[in-house]
Design a protein around this ligand. Structure first.
Ligand SMILES: [Zn+2]
Ligand SMILES: [Zn+2]
Length: 158
């Protein structure tokens, strides 16, 4: 039997848009690409990919922002404009939540990091796997399995 998961909540900076996740993340990531640097106004963005059916907005309504001409949907709070989560059309099985918006962001250290080819020289993360761009599609199945093992070990404190 899988251990039960207590739902976690998160919010934008002003708290008008709130969300809840009811399952553990499939994987956690840092992205060093220039787009993420600009959108996050920081060295890299932080994501935790949650299964779509385990993610719901519980208060307010996020609007699409971070427009770039591609079809990736970056959702932001319409009031404080915080970048909150991303949905990728055609990859509807997960939602990439900015893990720093969770009420307790501590357990979501990035397991993989992408776009190190655009990384700021001084920026570093504890990611176990690094990729110059995104991981190749065929790498994901193994990465998700490895992350699940990593996460459960972490939860058990071993
Ligand atoms: Zn807000
Ligand atoms: Zn990025």
């Amino acid at each position: 039997m899988k251990p039960s998961f207590s739902p976690l909540s998160g919010a934008c900076r002003c708290g008008r848009v709130r969300f809840e996740v009811s399952a553990p993340p499939l994987i956690t990531m840092a992205c060093h690409c220039r787009g993420c640097q600009r959108m996050s106004a920081s060295a890299f963005s932080l994501s935790a990919a949650f299964p779509t059916q385990a993610f719901r907005v519980t208060q307010g309504e996020a609007i699409i922002g971070g427009l770039h001409g591609d079809d990736v949907h970056h959702y932001c709070c319409p009031h404080c404009m915080s970048w909150m989560f991303t949905r990728i059309p055609g990859m509807d099985m997960f939602v990439n939540v900015r893990s720093s918006l969770l009420n307790d962001p501590q357990p979501f250290a990035p397991f993989i990091e992408s776009w190190t080819s655009e990384k700021l020289r001084w920026a570093s993360t504890p990611a176990v796997h690094s990729y110059a761009q995104f991981p190749p599609m065929e790498a994901y199945e193994a990465l998700l399995l490895e992350y699940e093992e990593f996460r459960t070990k972490q939860e058990r404190g071993i």
